[in-house]
Design a protein around this ligand. Structure first.
Ligand code: ZN
Length: 367
């Protein structure tokens, strides 16, 4: 039995999804169909980017008496932040909503999943960080991604960091999966180009890591291959943000999410997680910074990534690991090697023979 045998046995996909330009106009009816005499009100968790667009909540079907909460995206979700949000909903009498709508990027979607589970399971978010700890189904939940790439709309987890313990782990559970996902490519039109690229590359990176790993699943591989094909079409295309390619990237994100549910990532994600933990860099930009330095481990993907980034004229932060102190070196190494599952998937159980302290630091110094 290897460390990888503990992982993926059960796969649950999203209950229903709606896809297409303009699909978001159907959210209103979906929400209305969930309202009953006992569960009159709905909860809307909306990416705070949309706070400036005043009719966002009403366009999703929010009525007076519903709870509309804007989710901050400066920091990734914390268990403390989720607990505070749930306490607020209890305080305002919105603890038994008809449905929870998550409208935004991965941070907002993950927040909606966690809140839905906590409203029915009670307790605190940190109680459910791990595998299959959620006891009963959460509140009905609808996910509407407004940026493509993380695959949060499709997965059975919601990533959160416990600020007290530093543990970054989601509620891996069948109950975390959205009941209904609405995929509307018109929503990603206004995403800034760099952010669109970094986030979209998360889907590509998950899948090239999964396909290069030793833990394989035939269905996961099929999802991964098509995700990589679509990402190539998008990022090697003339304009990654034209209508057709935004639609393709939304499909890639969804399929990429289905792929991660049946596979492990590889060397990129552990290094990226270390950049997030030590320097606070967001997940998707950190991934790109790492892949840019991973010529030795992923030569093919690295070369392709360089072509994509040049073709789309995207810039990457440089020298993020300049002037490392001894303490920072120690922290970066520890934050990388703790990700045993993906590192074992990529390099075998003896991954420390390849990833010595010196090698890890020399990789960070290239970033
Ligand atoms: Zn990722």
């Amino acid at each position: 039995m290897t460390i990888l045998d503990t992982g993926i046995k059960i796969v649950r996909n999203v209950g229903r999804f709606t896809f297409g330009q303009g699909a978001v106009s159907g959210v209103k009816d979906l929400v209305a169909s969930r309202r009953t005499d006992d569960h009159k009100h709905a909860v809307f968790l909306i990416d705070d980017y949309f706070q400036k667009i005043t009719d966002t909540a009403s366009s999703l079907g929010a009525l007076p008496g519903d709870s509309v909460q804007f989710v901050g995206t400066v920091d990734e979700p914390t268990t403390q932040g989720i607990d505070a949000l749930v306490a607020k909903l209890h305080g305002s009498g919105h603890d038994k909503p008809a449905t929870v709508v998550g409208f935004g990027g991965g941070i907002t979607l993950d927040t909606a999943k966690a809140v839905s589970n906590l409203l029915t399971n009670g307790g605190r978010a940190a109680d459910y960080q791990g595998w299959d700890l959620v006891r009963v189904a959460g509140v009905h939940k609808i996910g509407v991604p407004t940026i493509s790439g993380t695959g949060s709309e499709a997965t059975r987890t919601c990533v959160m960091t416990n600020l007290d313990t530093g543990l970054k782990l989601g509620m891996n559970s069948d109950f975390t999966v959205f009941d209904h996902v609405v995929l509307d490519p018109s929503l990603t039109k206004s995403v800034p180009r760099n952010q669109y690229f970094y986030t979209g590359m998360d889907a590509y990176i998950h899948c090239i890591e999964a396909l290069a790993g030793s833990y394989r699943n035939a269905i996961g591989d099929a999802y991964s291959r098509e995700t990589v094909n679509l990402c190539r079409k998008v990022f090697l295309g003339d304009d990654m943000m034209n209508d057709e390619l935004r639609s393709d990237l939304m499909v890639a994100s969804y399929l990429g999410g289905c792929a991660i549910a049946t596979s492990y990532v590889g060397v990129v994600h552990p290094f990226s997680a270390a950049l997030s933990v030590v320097f606070g860099l967001h997940h998707c930009v950190a991934n790109c910074i790492v892949l840019n330095a991973m010529q030795d481990f992923y030569p093919g993907a690295h070369a392709e990534f360089r072509k994509m980034i040049e073709k789309q004229k995207v810039t990457l932060p440089k020298n993020v690991c300049a002037n490392l102190t001894d303490q920072l070196r120690t922290d970066l190494i520890a934050a990388t090697i703790k990700h045993e599952k993906p590192l074992t998937n990529a390099l075998g159980e003896n991954f420390r023979a390849t990833l010595t302290d010196a090698r890890i630091i020399s990789l960070f110094e290239k970033m």
